[in-house]
Ligand binder design. Structure first.
Ligand SMILES: [Zn+2]
Ligand SMILES: [Zn+2]
Length: 153
């Protein structure tokens, strides 16, 4: 094989070129297979046809992506807009404390609706608006993580 930096013939087992000192496979001036000068932008050697940029690194895909299961921003947002008074979007995102407060206040208010309709109306309306606002904040990206701090997708 040949030094890709200076074109000098190298021992196949050498780790460095003894003429110019660069490591094996470093450089883009010469073909490592035949030693002919090549254009650094060429993908293959026009003399011998071998690939000039070394073995193409296999793109490992998105293996690092496996750990996080991002919640859907759109789902969470729509849940907030339509079912916000029951805290469904906060349950979905894992903001459990907030969700429990919302569902409890709405639930109690609805249970009391037979005798205290006005309070029920105000309470459920209030929680609904709270959920609606949070839903909009989620959809607009102002809330962009779930309860564990994972980014929404
Ligand atoms: Zn060299
Ligand atoms: Zn070549």
């Amino acid at each position: 094989m040949f030094c890709k930096n200076c074109g000098e013939q190298m021992n196949d087992n050498a780790q460095f070129c003894i003429k110019c000192g660069v490591a094996k496979g470093v450089g883009n001036q010469y073909c490592a297979n035949c030693g002919k000068p090549v254009n650094p932008n060429q993908a293959v050697c026009l003399n011998c046809g071998c690939q000039l940029n070394g073995p193409v690194k296999a793109n490992g895909g998105s293996a690092a992506n496996g750990g996080t299961d991002g919640k859907s921003k759109v789902t969470a947002g729509l849940l907030g807009v339509f079912l916000g008074c029951f805290g469904v979007h906060n349950f979905y995102l894992g903001y459990t404390t907030k969700a429990v407060i919302q569902v409890c206040v709405s639930g109690i208010a609805i249970l009391l609706s037979c005798c205290t309709f006005g309070i029920t109306l105000i309470a459920t309306l209030g929680i609904s608006i709270w959920g609606l606002v949070e839903g909009i904040l989620i959809l607009t990206g102002k809330i962009d993580t779930d309860g564990k701090g994972n980014p929404l997708v």
